[in-house]
Design a protein around this ligand. Structure first.
Ligand code: NAP
Length: 360
């Protein structure tokens, strides 16, 4: 592989730190730009000889300045939208961890990809798995995809038990070690809802052809079902360095330090349907996705407000879903023709969710 200059957005986060580890293992990969939200990164940039570093602000300024070969968008939340659109519009390869940007700006992102023509490489482990199972297959041979969900820390809790769970309980994910927002999203299954919408835009499949199944050990990262009755699955340890490395070294599938599964020790493959009653954000996300327009954007925005409020101790775990549902009921959902309209739709949903927070 020729040298690849990477802009790493969200460098101080869980994905960002693991990406630096992957980059360090590959001399052909280098960092040309680093960005964080509020943590200082000057020392990190200086230690690596990175010329362009930015804390907060407009991420596209950094991208314009450093002109990378590949953008790794590992920012959390709607803040990543501008960078996603920039990479797609400019035909610069995009390794996308920031699922919220594709959920919120799916239509605009597809339009930008059509005009820019760059690669869109998923970093989410489920979507990386599907991407790999689909590679080289004719679209008409694909029946459907199945996204796996660990079920989070509360998989076996009754609704009554969920009333008293704490932030600490929700942050204790059984299989993945991740940043706080996605960890709470995994506990509510909003994360799988976001991934459902992400999959719709990434793979161009109708929602009824995207299924979700709970798989507690997170060994199968997702499956693709084909029209002949076969299903291809992607298996491995739950370790984000694998999908990060796959995207950064694509199409070379660079080596990683992650060990293989030891099948001789026995691997448990259990699957069960998700429970939409205890985890209503999953069906709510599906509904928002099916409605289209800016409903997915509103779902994401209200969920961001609710998760931040839960992490701050302002609401209980079981308040998150009703807050999102109420906000969704109040938005117009009209499609956004450009980024300014999308930002307005995002703000409208945040206002509605914020208003309900004040009322509680
Ligand atoms: N962690 C995982 O295993 C995993 C797996 C699949 C997908 N993802 C997705 O990857 C993304 C990142 O997740 P994470 O777990 O790495 O989150 P995280 O640990 O909370 O890190 C988030 C990163 O985003 C930065 N950031 C926040 N707001 C920003 C802004 N306005 N401008 C620039 N940077 C900003 C943060 O900077 P500061 O440190 O300065 O706040 C931090 O570097 C999320 O979309 C998540 O859903 C994560």
């Amino acid at each position: 592989m020729a040298g690849r200059r990477i802009a790493l957005l969200g460098a101080t986060g869980s994905i960002g730190r693991q990406a630096l580890e992957v980059i360090d293992a590959h001399p052909e990969l280098s960092v040309c730009g680093l960005a964080s939200g509020s943590q200082p990164i000057d020392d990190l940039a200086a230690a690596r000889g990175v010329e362009y570093a930015q804390v907060g602000g407009d991420l596209t300024d950094l991208l314009e300045a450093c002109r990378p070969d590949l953008v790794l968008n590992a920012v959390v939340g709607f803040a990543g939208v501008g960078a996603t659109l920039w990479a797609l519009e400019h035909g610069v390869a995009l390794a996308l961890a920031n699922k919220e940007s594709l959920v919120a700006a799916g239509e605009l992102a597809l339009r930008a990809r059509r005009s820019g023509g760059g690669l869109l490489l998923p970093v989410d482990s489920e979507h990386s798995a599907v991407f790999q199972c689909l590679e080289g297959r004719a679209p008409e041979t694909v029946d459907s995809i199945v996204l796996t969900a660990s079920g989070g820390p509360f998989r076996n809790r009754s609704l009554a038990d969920l009333e008293s769970v704490t932030v600490e309980d929700a942050l204790a994910h059984p299989t993945w070690s991740m940043g706080p927002k996605i960890t709470i999203d995994s506990a509510t299954l909003a994360n799988k809802g976001l991934e459902l919408i992400e999959a719709h835009f990434l793979f161009g499949l109708e929602y009824e052809r995207i299924h979700v199944v709970v798989h507690p050990t997170s060994v199968v990262h997702s499956l693709v079902r084909f029209r002949d009755g076969a299903a291809l699955a992607h298996l491995g340890h739950p370790d984000m360095r694998v999908p990060i490395s796959y995207a950064l070294t694509y199409p070379d599938r660079g080596a990683t330090a992650v060990p293989h599964l030891d099948l001789s020790r026995g691997v448990t493959l259990e699957f069960e349907p998700p429970d939409g009653q205890r985890f209503p954000l999953l069906p709510l996300a599906r509904m928002a996705g099916e409605r289209g327009g800016t409903y997915p954007c509103a779902f994401n925005a209200a969920n961001e407000v609710a998760v931040a409020a839960f992490l701050d101790g302002r609401i209980e775990f079981l308040d998150i879903a009703p807050l999102v549902e109420d906000a969704l009921a109040g938005v117009s959902g009209a499609p956004a023709n450009d980024l300014a309209e999308l930002v307005e739709a995002d703000a409208e949903a945040r206002r509605l969710a914020g208003g309900r927070l004040v009322a509680t």
